[in-house]
Design a protein around this ligand. Structure first.
Ligand code: CA
Ligand code: CA
Length: 194
């Protein structure tokens, strides 16, 4: 094990990113190593293809949507700081909160995790999950296991249950409410070290 403080100098915006995301220096170094590994042509940026080497995503039925979430609209690559900021959504919530200085809501808050999940459904980014958008995700996740008819009725029931204002779509508020009792932190956390 070398001195991690000197290795940290190689990481772009290290101090700032640690402050902003709550990642420790060990986490950040580990993420940097991962990033460099994925960055096959060493240009300091990743394209969607580079993510194919991430097995967890390749095996995830909505992995392509998660990969797309790393890219800002219209951007074809992602640099290290943006990569880390996205991954910060998957950092488990701190049990001992020592970030009282932070003015902005941390990316790993319940609200931000839910927003991230919501965007995976809301592909046209109009702030609502339409019936068609819900169907697409269900199709990706359930795929061959169910018939088209079953999919339709699952989507139908889900919308009926969650749609409170009767516009036949799911707003972020409705989404949030429907997940009130769900342990989002558990579902949307990656243990980065260990
Ligand atoms: Ca939408
Ligand atoms: Ca609604």
């Amino acid at each position: 094990m070398g001195s991690s403080s000197s290795k940290l100098d190689l990481v772009p915006d290290a101090e700032e990113l640690m402050k902003e995301t709550g990642f420790s220096s060990a986490h950040l170094l580990r993420l940097y190593e991962r990033f460099e590994f994925l960055d096959r042509d060493n240009r300091g940026r990743l394209g969607p293809d580079d993510f194919e080497a991430v097995t967890e995503l390749a095996l995830n039925p909505i992995g392509d949507r998660i990969v797309a979430a790393f890219f800002r609209p219209g951007k074809e690559t992602v640099d290290f700081p943006s990569f880390v900021r996205i991954l910060a959504h998957f950092r488990p919530v701190d049990t001992n909160r020592s970030r009282d200085g932070a003015q902005t809501e941390p990316a790993n808050s319940r609200n931000k995790k839910l927003k991230f999940a919501f965007k995976l459904y809301d592909q046209d980014r109009d702030g609502k999950i339409s019936r068609a958008e819900l169907l697409q995700v269900l199709q990706a996740m359930l795929g061959m296991q169910v018939t088209e008819e079953q999919l339709q009725s699952i989507a139908e029931r889900a919308i009926q249950e969650v749609d409170l204002d009767g516009d036949d779509a799911v707003s972020f508020d409705e989404f949030k409410r429907s997940l009130e009792k769900v342990d989002i932190d558990h579902k949307m956390s990656i243990r980065f070290l260990e």
